[in-house]
Design a protein around this ligand. Structure first.
Ligand code: FES
Ligand SMILES: [Fe+2]
Length: 348
């Protein structure tokens, strides 16, 4: 796309926002501890007593299924003197035990026994601090703000989009890969939200999809990218894949195909110039077939190509060369993300 004569050059977010420790701390509070964030999938807590731990912006959490099959999320912190309670990443237990003075907790975080007190009447210290949790299409979302509005208020349209895929509830999380990226979390999202770089950086992706008709649609707190396959065979005649970005840090790719499947990417902030990317693959069966392995290989390759780009970007943010960049006309989804970001940061 050529620039129109009347195109007004707009500046991106200042590069300082990608390196500044104070801004990073503010983002953790105003965005990550104040938004609905994907924590995991119900297939990680299939049976009563199953749990997994999850760190969100320095806050250690436990997600569990109790004996009544209810899901709970709570801080992984003992109400007695503040020790971190559960050390493993996942497992199945009857109770959680704090290794300091032996307090034990039910799977929903409520106090079972406090040996050095002899009573459970300990007010708000008789439970690990609860966190808001919602499950939609087997995806477990949490919000650290106790006053948070229900997910439907912000993500109703996105949830309606997911609702179209009737197969989502039957998927299981089959594979997870993690990677620390030497870049600010926003650089990873920025990179995802434009495809100007696709022809240059992703040769195989650009051959697979029709790049002349590549769409990036903006919606309420999410965007959706899609294009038709260049080599459409009969079995692909069904609906095309959709690549969603969901404010602030989640990407969901849905491949309806013959046997629907999904991948999610969570980008979690570790430091101003470091992020943790968690990539999860969801299929109907534990047995991954050849076609699915090929899809995983394809997705991983595109990601590898992107890691190099965002780590190079981060190097630029640290220099004195420029204070910010400029959006091309086809980078409007990055602008959309930055507008949501500024809104969140400026709020009380
Ligand atoms: S700090 Fe956990 S039992 Fe004392
Ligand atoms: Fe890319």
């Amino acid at each position: 796309m050529k620039l129109q004569a009347n195109y007004a050059l707009e500046h991106t977010l200042p590069y300082d926002h990608y390196v500044n420790p104070q801004i990073f701390e503010m983002e953790k509070k105003k965005i990550f501890q104040n938004s609905w964030i994907l924590a995991g999938h119900t297939s990680q807590v299939e049976k009563p007593g199953d749990f997994f731990t999850f760190d969100l912006a320095d806050q250690p959490l436990i997600i569990s299924r109790d004996k009544n099959n209810e899901f709970s999320a709570f801080y992984n912190i003992c109400p007695h003197r503040g020790t971190k309670v559960e050390k493993s990443e996942c497992g199945n237990k009857k109770v959680f035990t704090c290794t300091y003075h032996g307090w034990t907790f039910h799977m929903n975080g409520k106090l079972n026994r406090a040996p050095n007190f002899g009573t459970n009447e300990l007010g708000d210290h008789s439970c690990m601090t609860q966190v808001k949790l919602e499950v939609y299409q087997s995806l477990i979302f949490i919000n650290l703000n106790p006053e948070a509005k229900p997910m439907t208020e912000t993500y109703g349209e996105f949830m309606a989009n997911l609702g179209k895929y009737t197969f989502l509830d039957s998927l299981k999380k089959i594979r997870v890969t993690q990677r620390v990226i030497d870049a600010n979390w926003k650089a990873v999202i920025d990179n995802y939200l434009e495809c100007d770089h696709c022809m240059i950086a992703h040769p195989e992706f650009s051959k697979t999809f029709d790049m002349k008709n590549y769409h990036i649609d903006l919606h309420d707190h999410f965007s959706c990218q899609y294009s038709e396959l260049t080599n459409k065979t009969d079995k692909d005649q069904e609906e095309h894949a959709n690549f969603y970005w969901v404010w602030p840090n989640l990407m969901v790719s849905i491949y309806p195909g013959k046997e629907g499947n999904m991948t999610t990417s969570q980008i979690l902030p570790l430091a101003p110039d470091k992020s943790l990317a968690i990539y999860s693959y969801y299929f109907k069966s534990d047995e991954i077939n050849e076609e699915q392995e090929e899809l995983i290989r394809f997705v991983d390759q595109v990601r590898e190509e992107d890691f190099d780009l965002v780590e190079l970007l981060q190097k630029g943010f640290h220099t004195n060369a420029f204070k910010h960049g400029v959006y091309s006309p086809t980078e409007y989804a990055i602008k959309f993300f930055h507008d949501l970001y500024e809104n969140a940061i400026s709020g009380e």
